[in-house]
Design a protein around this ligand. Structure first.
Ligand SMILES: Nc1ncnc2c1ncn2[C@@H]1O[C@H](COP(=O)(O)OP(=O)(O)O)[C@@H](O)[C@H]1O
Ligand SMILES: [Mg+2]
Length: 290
């Protein structure tokens, strides 16, 4: 199989940090346990003008510095358009026939829905409307060259172990010649932060407990994949079953992890997820599409 029809790569992880202005050193933030932490984006690429790691410094505990490395780090001043720049190339590959999965992870109120959906203001539109626009334009463009597309898209929210499809309908196109097939999942993991790492109370606490099953399953799947186990417990929860194609499977996968307040749990989750390797193969025949 040639390289154009096969992509082996790790799950891509981009982190969006909202609460701290990470370009300025020494901004203090009081943690849930009363200690002060400093959160900064680092590893600045002066050509691309992008950050790729997050550094947490806990001066009072004197635990030293903890560095988390990702594919990309956005700070609170980065726009929806800048965030979409990491999504766009994945959708380009989907239009060649690969499957894609983009999911938002982070505590309630961190900005998952804002990132995925955004608002109606044109510059605040999130990933979903921009993806639809990109797909529509690519289909119109391809049709001029006689290419037919079969794109199945879903925009799902998983909240307290319930799946909700946020799209009114799926788009399907038929035809035989020069056909491209792809399946694109956009997933909003609502309430996706473990309660023990947040010190949450009330609604957050309830969400934390209810989503614990999906989340601990997700953690187990990611652990199994990143340590090379042969048995991957995909069937343990709805979430992991849904993601079985996307984590360690036939999909180009991007996690948008959104960190608000201290949420070191989100940073840790995102760091582990980066170790998962996927093998995406172009969909050549109808059998490859479920
Ligand atoms: N990057 C951002 N810039 C400005 N406002 C934001 C941003 N991210 C989130 N918000 C706002 O913060 C609030 C919570 O965000 P939301 O996306 O609903 O969180 P979640 O879906 O993770 O629970 C909303 O009012 C939202 O408009
Ligand atoms: Mg939400």
């Amino acid at each position: 199989m040639d390289t154009k029809s096969k992509i082996s790569q790790n799950v891509q992880v981009a982190v969006r940090i909202r609460n701290h202005f990470v370009n300025t050193a020494n901004e203090k933030k009081v943690n849930y346990d009363g200690t002060a932490v400093v959160v900064k984006a680092e590893s600045f690429d002066s050509i691309k003008k992008t950050f790729s790691s997050v550094v947490i410094h806990d001066p009072e505990k004197r635990k030293g510095t903890r560095v988390f490395a990702y594919d990309r780090v956005f700070n609170k001043n980065d726009s929806q358009e800048q965030v979409f720049a990491v999504v766009k190339p994945i959708i380009d590959r989907c239009m060649e026939g690969f499957n894609g999965c983009i999911f938002a992870y982070g505590q309630t109120g961190s900005g998952k829905t804002y990132t995925m959906q955004g608002s109606d203001l044109s510059n605040e539109r999130g990933v979903m409307p921009r993806v639809i626009e990109q797909i529509t334009a690519a289909i119109a463009d391809g049709e001029k060259k006689g290419i037919e597309y079969n794109v199945t898209g879903s925009y799902l929210e998983i909240y307290q172990e319930q799946l909700r499809d946020l799209l009114v309908s799926d788009e399907e196109q038929g035809g035989n010649i020069n056909k491209k097939r792809s399946k694109i999942h956009l997933i909003d993991l609502a309430g996706s932060e473990r309660v023990e790492s947040t010190g949450a109370t009330g609604t957050r606490l309830k969400e934390g407990s209810s989503i614990n099953m999906s989340l601990s399953s997700l953690g187990n799947v990611i652990n199994a994949l990143s340590s090379g186990n042969t048995h991957i417990p995909y069937r343990d929860s709805k979430l992991t079953y849904l993601l079985s194609d996307s984590l360690g499977g036939n999909s180009i996968t991007l996690i948008l992890a959104i960190s608000y307040d201290e949420t070191i749990g989100t940073l840790k989750f995102a760091e582990r997820a980066k170790k998962v390797k996927n093998n995406a193969i172009i969909n050549l025949d109808p059998q490859s599409r479920k």
